[in-house]
Write a protein of this length. Structure first.
Length: 364
């Protein structure tokens, strides 16, 4: 097993050994008092992370599955999708695959949608719901989810938000901002193994979802709501992952969600200052996202023309650290550094030293 603190991939993220060990506990009945107690404890701690008094859906699935859940339970009618990267495009495609008519507002990857552009489209024709990615993992761009939700609600449109790389890393107030459906995956800033996904739905979303036809079964939000009220899972859960989640969410509670968000902001700031230093040294590297619109959990850095992300990533790996190539249309032209989860600024400092050495040797 490699040393913790050397894995800076933009997801899955590094998982502490004690959390991995928690998965080795003996099985227990998933419809019994012990698992009900575990679930209640887990949901209670997740509520604090989501900043909600609502229940939290816990699914043995990836976050993409809960994108589909968000669409399946949304009001009937067309969907407006804000597309500025690979995962916001995935949200739009999922809506189309569910038979919805989708109108995209597409901007260049790494750009955050101007609110006036969103409002202009909302005013132009009626929509049932709007999809948005809070922190776009493919570009490292962070939108103003609160403002997007406010604009959507102004036109009677529900806001469905992917918070996969923002929850537990950036400020996100589910209840206070009125977001109608917020989803995330276990393998990002929560610092868990992949395989679980979590979501919160507003009361308004849940009540109207009950009358939406053809919601399916496994991804029916109304069914998850009813299961949560009973205190048990909808179907057989991935019990070892629940053991890990229970242990990790207790650790996050001990750290405090505000302290966790502050630590992520600190690591973003460290990365920004590091890039400035590299540019001062003549290394032509730049953030894909603009200042003030950058994710606290993943930095996407554009390489100068003629240089391959694979060469950079491979050279960093030879020095004992893992970072990521770009994603989608940016796979060759960018690198991504995932500074999230339980990674500490001291870990990031060591990683940036190594990546900086590689960039200086290859890009100058």
């Amino acid at each position: 097993m490699s040393e913790f603190g050397r894995f800076f991939f933009p997801g899955p993220t590094d998982v502490r050994p004690e959390i991995l060990a928690a998965m080795a506990q003996p099985m227990l009945p998933h419809r019994g008092p012990a698992f009900e107690a575990l679930t209640a404890r887990l949901v209670g701690n997740l509520r604090a992370v989501f900043r909600t008094t609502r229940t939290v859906y816990c699914a043995s699935a990836s976050a993409s599955a809960l994108m589909e859940m968000a669409i399946r339970g949304a009001p009937e009618g067309p969907i407006l999708s804000l597309v500025n990267g690979a995962f916001s495009e995935r949200f739009a495609r999922i809506a189309q695959a569910c038979g919805r008519r989708v109108r995209r507002i597409s901007v260049p990857w790494g750009v955050v949608h101007p609110l006036e552009l969103v409002e202009q489209q909302l005013a132009a024709e009626p929509y049932a719901a709007l999809t948005v990615v809070h922190s776009e993992t493919s570009t490292g761009a962070l939108c103003d989810l609160r403002a997007v939700t406010e604009v959507a609600h102004r036109y009677g449109v529900m806001c469905l938000a992917d918070a996969v790389t923002s929850l537990a890393a950036s400020p996100l107030e589910t209840d206070a901002w009125g977001v109608d459906f917020v989803l995330t995956g276990s393998q990002k800033a929560l610092a868990l193994p992949p395989g679980l996904a979590f979501a919160v739905a507003s009361e308004a979303y849940v009540l109207q979802s009950a009358v939406v036809p053809a919601r399916g079964y496994y991804l029916d939000p109304w069914a998850y709501e009813e299961a949560a009220l009973r205190g048990g899972p909808l179907t057989t859960p991935a019990i070892p992952l629940f053991f890990a989640a229970d242990a990790q969410l207790q650790a996050i509670a001990a750290e405090g969600i505000d302290a966790r968000i502050t630590r992520h902001a600190q690591m973003r700031g460290m990365t920004e200052r590091w890039v400035e230093g590299l540019r001062s040294d003549g290394v032509e590297i730049a953030f894909q996202a603009a200042p003030g619109e950058r994710s606290a959990s993943v930095s996407c850095l554009a390489l100068p023309g003629g240089h391959s992300s694979k060469d950079i990533v491979d050279a960093v790996a030879e020095r004992g650290f893992t970072i990521g190539r770009g994603y989608g249309q940016l796979v060759d032209s960018t690198i991504r550094i995932g500074h999230m989860g339980d990674l500490q600024p001291t870990h990031l400092e060591r990683c940036l030293d190594v990546v900086g050495d590689v960039l200086r040797s290859q890009l100058r």
